[in-house]
Design a protein around this ligand. Structure first.
Ligand code: ZN
Length: 194
């Protein structure tokens, strides 16, 4: 099936990473280069089921990517993860689609400086600040059951209201009709004519 082929292709490209962590634990896994301000959202529509995979740099979500140190920073991370588990408050689907969330997970992926150095091909001394080169990404994985996915012709993104560091989301949709790419931005928070 064409749909499945696309899904496999995305997996192979490393664009779709299934986040299985239910709790707010950190994950140490391969983290590709990211651009602060730029996140990604993959939406897979199959019949009346919707799957979404969201990924955004820590900078976009909480404004820092180091290990939270203060109570305030820890709370910022906890609050962000809690809010990321309520996708319909961040990514608004048309009411006529009748979508309800059947699962929502959020977690943080960490890339530490050793990995970073390797990726950059640069050598660092032992004095290197622990924080230097550390990057984090918030990831969320959603499943929704809808009454009518065909009526999802536009999507609004309160995501940008909630996460002030985010400037852009690159959105990929995968449906029976194939794969499409869009950009939604802080300036234009709506995806139209899907
Ligand atoms: Zn970063």
């Amino acid at each position: 099936m064409r749909l499945h082929h696309h899904v496999r292709t995305l997996f192979a490209a490393g664009m779709l990473i299934v986040v299985s962590a239910v709790h707010a634990e950190e994950e140490r896994r391969e983290l590709g280069p990211h651009v602060h301000g730029h996140g990604t959202l993959v939406i897979v529509v199959e019949d009346n089921n919707l799957q979404m995979e969201l990924s955004a740099p820590g900078m976009d979500i909480v404004g820092f990517e180091y290990e939270p140190e203060t109570a305030r920073e820890r709370k910022a991370v906890e609050d962000a993860l809690a809010d990321l588990k309520e996708p319909l408050k961040l990514i608004t689907l048309p009411e006529s689609a009748g979508c309800t969330v059947t699962s929502a997970d959020a977690s943080i992926a960490v890339k530490d400086h050793e990995d970073h150095d390797e990726a950059a091909g640069a050598e660092k001394t032992a004095e290197t600040d622990e924080k230097e080169g550390r990057h984090t990404e918030f990831r969320a994985s959603y499943a929704l059951a809808c009454a009518d996915t065909a009526s999802i012709t536009s999507i609004y993104f309160p995501f940008f209201n909630r996460f002030s560091g985010s400037e852009m989301l690159a959105v990929t949709t995968i449906t029976d009709n194939g794969q499409s790419s869009y950009e939604v931005t802080r300036e234009v928070r709506r995806l139209e004519e899907m």
